[in-house]
Design a protein around this ligand. Structure first.
Ligand SMILES: [Zn+2]
Length: 285
């Protein structure tokens, strides 16, 4: 299913503690540690060693290279960091239907919805969105959305991953459902985290198995756009804008690389302002 909704988390009642550690692995990142304490709300970034194959950018303090219009902002004031402890208001227990209370469970750091009858804690985790960037004859396949949000705007074929499938299976399925195209995955291209809305995008490079495509029920049109004709002003989501810009930047100087980044929206901007983002912690292979 194509993305049917964009969920925006409520404002955070308090930022308590956030720490991210990526330990050494063969992909290159040795250690990145981000921590923030309630007293300062200032995330600290410590990179003990960055692998030679990765170039890391603190785009939060400089203009994002893929979005020259982005204003400078510090991570400490970014919506993502402020919202890191946010929960959606879940008013009823999914197990027994009982009313919930919103408290920080013993031994935890975040407010959760806790059932007042059976005591079950509702844990919420980010959703995975998977999709394909398909280049064919020096053009990229885009779908025009026939559903809200972003009705009538262009997107790469992508949608929520289902339980029981892998990211690649989900990307292939979504491409079939939305673009009627059978594709073969070539490689992962980008992972984009959007903490503000609790989503992570993984977009794969893929190629058409046959030169056929046609709009599925959630698309009004599917079309190949030449690299110089991408409709940047009519794209559906910031994630698609970032993905396409990174891809075209790569192609212009050589071949596609793998990218990771965090999309943060500028404070006070509307979800429909897809250009109002910063790409933070941008790393590339
Ligand atoms: Zn319950």
């Amino acid at each position: 299913m194509m993305l049917r909704s964009i969920q925006f988390l409520g404002s955070c009642s308090g930022f308590f503690f956030h720490r991210l550690k990526l330990h050494g692995n063969h992909h290159g990142l040795s250690l990145i540690s981000i921590s923030s304490k309630p007293s300062s709300r200032t995330p600290l970034l410590t990179t003990s060693r960055t692998h030679r194959c990765f170039h890391q950018f603190r785009a939060s303090s400089v203009r994002s290279e893929s979005n020259p219009d982005a204003t400078s902002s510090s991570s400490s004031s970014s919506p993502a960091f402020r919202s890191a402890g946010a929960t959606r208001k879940i008013n009823f227990c999914q197990s027994c239907g009982g009313p919930t209370k919103h408290e920080i469970p013993d031994g935890e750091e975040r407010e959760r919805a806790i059932c007042t009858l059976c005591g079950k804690i509702a844990y919420e985790n980010p959703k995975m969105v998977v999709g394909c960037l398909i280049e064919h004859d020096n053009s990229i396949l885009l779908c025009k959305r026939k559903i809200h949000p972003s009705y009538g705007l262009w997107t790469l074929p992508a949608g929520y991953m289902e339980i029981g499938e892998s990211a690649t299976e989900g990307a292939i399925r979504e491409t079939w459902e939305e673009a009627g195209a059978k594709v073969k995955i070539i490689s992962p291209f980008v992972q984009l985290d959007i903490p503000l809305i609790g989503q992570t995008y993984i977009i794969f490079l893929a190629k058409l198995m046959t030169p056929h495509f046609s709009p599925g029920p959630e698309s009004s049109e599917c079309r190949l756009f030449a690299l110089d004709d991408i409709p940047y002003e009519s794209l559906s989501f910031s994630s698609m804008l970032v993905t396409l810009k990174l891809y075209i930047e790569d192609i212009k100087v050589g071949k596609p690389r793998f990218h990771y980044g965090i999309i943060n929206k500028r404070p006070g901007t509307s979800p429909s302002e897809i250009h109002a983002y910063t790409l933070d912690y941008h790393m590339r292979s």
